[in-house]
Design a protein around this ligand. Structure first.
Ligand SMILES: [Zn+2]
Length: 320
């Protein structure tokens, strides 16, 4: 068996070991739920699944409205298609640190779900939630390394680049010491009802049969994955399940088995497995967590963002 194959097997064994360790049923509902992952890990889908229901709201990647990184972020692209969506008008009247509080109040929701994913935004969001005495949960969604590599490979990226990104994101997430629970994307799409039920139990959100069929909800999602947004408008919507990998991808993936990132991959998957929603509620993760910290890259990202926004403002002033 290849080293990379071992990672997948280890993950499965760990999952089997955790069977029977069910979370308690009475869990405090998390008011603010952050979904954490590198791009193309299923975060938009999980956001919409959790947001399907009368008391929850899917914000999507609202952090990009406050902290744009691409030109398209300067206009809030709501999934309802209305460029002047009234739902967002009522929520975006406050600065970033009060956004989640405002969104909860505007719709009288029990929970808002935010899948912005940028780590500096998640760190700040956790700080803001604590300041406003709101319960917060952080869910890491993760694909098996092979499926994640394939998601990038089919978009023309190299497998090495994909897995380097994978390891970096989850390592940085671990460095923040935020209370984390996790769910494996591969299992979520294989058994959506069962796994979503576990996610809901972990973060205290009520589950009802069919909650996983997110396209039945009226959504006002900001930005998010294009394919998942297309599912909302599809006449034959379904939960995407990966098909068999093409032979040339498998050959390339297996040829990388002895690279130096194999061990870090193993560590990352093991860390994610330990936080599985089978094993841990968001409330328990909160109690176990050490005081979270802002690593050096948080300050680097923050200063870069401030510098870029000042530069952009100066350019706009020169043009006018
Ligand atoms: Zn809308």
């Amino acid at each position: 068996m290849t080293e990379v194959g071992l990672v997948e097997t280890f993950a499965t064994n760990q999952e089997q070991n955790l069977q029977g360790v069910m979370s308690p049923l009475n869990v405090t509902t998390a008011s603010v739920i952050f979904i954490c992952s590198p791009s193309f890990s299923g975060s938009t889908m999980l956001d919409l699944m959790l947001g399907h229901g009368p008391n929850t709201f899917s914000c999507g990647e609202v952090g990009f409205w406050y902290r744009p990184v691409e030109s398209r972020h300067h206009q809030l692209l709501c999934s309802c298609g209305d460029s002047d969506c009234p739902v967002w008008e009522s929520m975006l009247t406050v600065p970033a640190e009060k956004f989640h509080q405002q969104a909860l109040a505007a719709g009288q929701y029990a929970s808002v779900i935010d899948s912005t994913k940028r780590l500096a935004w998640i760190i700040d969001g956790n700080r803001w939630a604590r300041r406003h005495d709101q319960s917060v949960a952080n869910i890491a969604i993760w694909k098996s390394p092979q499926l994640y590599a394939y998601s990038w490979w089919k978009r023309g990226k190299t497998i090495e680049a994909a897995l380097t990104r994978y390891v970096r994101y989850y390592r940085q997430l671990a460095e923040c010491r935020l209370p984390i629970v996790s769910v494996c994307y591969d299992e979520l799409v294989e058994q959506p009802a069962e796994r979503l039920q576990e996610v809901c139990r972990s973060v205290g959100v009520p589950y009802f049969p069919g909650k996983e069929y997110f396209w039945h909800a009226e959504t006002h999602l900001a930005y998010g994955n294009a394919n998942t947004r297309q599912t909302l408008a599809s006449t034959t919507p379904q939960i995407y399940r990966p098909a068999a990998y093409p032979a040339d991808f498998v050959e390339q993936y297996e040829s990388l088995q002895n690279r130096s990132w194999t061990e870090p991959l193993y560590e990352v998957v093991a860390w994610l497995r330990r936080a599985d929603v089978w094993n841990l509620t968001a409330e328990a993760a909160q109690k176990q967590a050490r005081p979270f910290k802002r690593p050096f890259w948080y300050y680097r990202q923050t200063w870069k963002r401030i510098w870029q926004s000042q530069l952009q403002r100066l350019c706009l002033r020169d043009k006018s």
